[in-house]
Design a protein around this ligand. Structure first.
Ligand SMILES: Cc1cc2nc3c(=O)[nH]c(=O)nc-3n(C[C@H](O)[C@H](O)[C@H](O)COP(=O)(O)O)c2cc1C
Length: 212
């Protein structure tokens, strides 16, 4: 009986694709999306992001994990008609202050204001999962975006008459920047920088991310 059980388990194990093969099969899409999903601070003014695009992006939130399944985050869509109310309240590219990003004429025109009734640890974890999921969906749709955590909170509450606290703003649009990742060791400078119009983002290599 016990032998038979093990035999069946082994058969089941071997009939599954190896985890490496599985990973290879799935990797293409996820890896491509992750690489494309860069933080853009300049957007094509000719590409208009509509409300239905924003609704599509937020719809991923109906499929993601949330701590205790609390689902307390709420989202205010900001279409181009209202962009002027939020743009002056956001800070882009604090590491490159001399550039005053975004360059005039390339400002994002659509936003998602992520709000919550409280600011506890679990809410922030939920926020991270939601934000990255939404940005990945935007990337899948051929758009780009960026998380903006540096904003004038009280003024945004006022401008949009928000009943909840804004925790993060996503800007959405068709990015026009040439953004490339570079690999660094953990003790090297993490600051993003620009050279000849290319935006470089240093990322710590895998070996230095692993403990032990
Ligand atoms: C939670 C969070 C808040 C951020 N806030 C800002 C911000 O206020 N302004 C900004 O220009 N970029 C902001 N960023 C974008 C980061 O600077 C960006 O993710 C980082 O430079 C790495 O670039 P990458 O997203 O292309 O990998 C934020 C990113 C995250 C995840």
């Amino acid at each position: 009986m016990a032998d038979n059980y093990l035999e069946k388990k082994m058969e089941a194990f071997h009939s599954l694709p190896s985890s490496a093969a599985q990973a290879k099969k799935n990797k293409t899409t996820l890896n491509k999306l992750l690489l494309k999903n860069r933080s853009h601070r300049g957007y094509d003014p000719k590409v208009v992001v509509r409300e239905d695009h924003l609704r599509d992006i937020v719809s991923v939130v109906t499929k993601i994990p949330q701590a205790c399944n609390q689902q307390c985050l709420r989202y205010r869509l900001v279409t181009p008609a209202e962009a002027h109310k939020i743009l002056p309240l956001l800070k882009f590219g604090a590491a490159l202050p001399e550039l005053n990003l975004p360059f005039p004429g390339t400002e994002p025109q659509a936003f998602i204001i992520c709000c919550a009734p409280n600011e506890n640890k679990l809410t922030y974890m939920d926020l991270g999962i939601a934000a990255q999921s939404m940005l990945l969906r935007a990337t899948e749709m051929g758009l780009n975006g960026i998380c903006i955590g540096a904003f004038q909170k009280e003024k945004i509450i006022q401008a949009f008459d928000l009943p909840l606290t804004p925790l993060l703003v996503l800007a959405i649009g068709k990015g026009i920047e040439d953004i490339r990742l570079t690999e660094i060791r953990e003790n090297e400078d993490h600051k993003y920088y620009r050279e000849n119009g290319v935006h470089y983002v240093p990322k710590v290599c895998l070996n230095d991310l692993l403990l032990g």
